[in-house]
Design a protein around this ligand. Structure first.
Ligand code: 2P0
Length: 309
């Protein structure tokens, strides 16, 4: 029986996506920019089946089924699929499992059905599963242009610099809680769009950070990359907290790690943080400082909480 396996990687947004202008087509209110994480892997195996069978995804099975129905409609495919997924990291804990998950399904279906889709087409297809998945089709630094068309044909992600462009750049993940979150990103971002009084202001400011971030990555200006990422993250979480009902993904140790990063900066160790829809903190640093940062982290965390490349 024909079976194919695809591997994809999670991504962390340095400039965030948080909110849709079209929920059905997954069109974002703003552009976002991410880096892929080669150590957060999803492996997906696809085969044919009598009925759709989704194995190993403990959240969002209905979302995968919806995605498959849409895929069959768009590409006029008559098959049902068995989709088996494994992640080497906690699912639905703010570590972008839906990003690598749907990117793997999109790439896997493309290969299984011999569709020969381009990266642009794959990015658009993955977007129908989850917004952030649009950025996990490719590795390295990736930009998801929000696009302007109502049909979403110009809302896709492309690689800015590949995974070998800046080997010094690294991200340490501090896992604070790997339980599933109590409100999904999908629901939470909609609440923010509908109720946060300064959401439009964040969109405007965040969109303007994109060209600045691109220039900073291009020139490997680490300080500017770190500052822009931290600011964008803080303003996104401020929008969440200003929503009604208020959304808070942070826990006690999230604040502790934020303070830890700020203290390291006072000691002239250059590092910044970013946080997604979960309590875990991602520390942005350069490889030359990584061991020092991890040694310090071990004073307040267990080694099992720390992931890095
Ligand atoms: C991001 N996040 O840019 C932002 C930052 C979380 C915080 O994309 O509804 O799972 O499937 O499009 O992609 C998480 O949202 O939401 C996310 P859907 P998704 O990475």
């Amino acid at each position: 029986m024909k079976k194919i396996t695809i591997q994809t990687y999670a991504n962390i947004a340095l400039i965030k996506y948080w909110g849709k202008r079209d929920k059905k087509l997954f069109l974002p209110t703003k552009s976002s920019l991410s880096i892929s994480l080669p150590y957060l892997k999803t492996s997906t195996t696809i085969s044919e089946s009598n009925t759709d069978k989704i194995v190993g995804i403990n959240t969002g099975i209905q979302n995968v089924k919806k995605f498959l129905n849409l895929f069959r409609k768009i590409y006029q495919i008559k098959k049902n699929f068995k989709i088996e997924t494994t992640n080497n990291f906690p699912t639905a804990a703010g570590l972008a499992s839906s990003a690598s998950g749907f990117a793997a399904i999109a790439k896997g279906l493309n290969k299984f059905c011999n569709l020969n889709l381009s990266n642009k087409e794959l990015s658009i297809l993955a977007r129908y599963g989850s917004g952030s998945a649009t950025r996990s089709i490719q590795q390295g630094f990736v930009l998801w242009n929000k696009g302007d068309y109502n049909d979403g044909s110009d809302s896709y992600a492309f690689q800015i610099f590949d995974q070998n462009f800046w080997p010094e750049f690294c991200i340490i993940i501090v896992i604070i809680n790997s339980d599933q979150k109590n409100i999904s990103s999908r629901q939470a971002m909609q609440i923010t769009v509908n109720t946060c009084s300064f959401y439009k202001n964040w969109i405007h400011k965040s969109e303007k950070r994109i060209p600045k971030m691109l220039q900073a990555i291009k020139t490997k200006d680490f300080t500017t990359v770190g500052k822009l990422a931290e600011l964008d993250c803080l303003q996104m979480h401020k929008c969440m907290k200003n929503s009604f009902p208020a959304i808070n993904y942070w826990q006690k140790q999230t604040l502790q790690i934020i303070d830890f990063v700020k203290n390291l900066r006072k000691q002239k160790i250059h590092c910044y943080f970013t946080i997604d829809a979960g309590p875990n903190v991602k520390i942005i640093c350069l490889k030359k400082d990584r061991a020092k940062i991890i040694n310090n982290l071990l004073n307040i965390c267990n080694s099992s909480q720390i992931m890095f490349n």
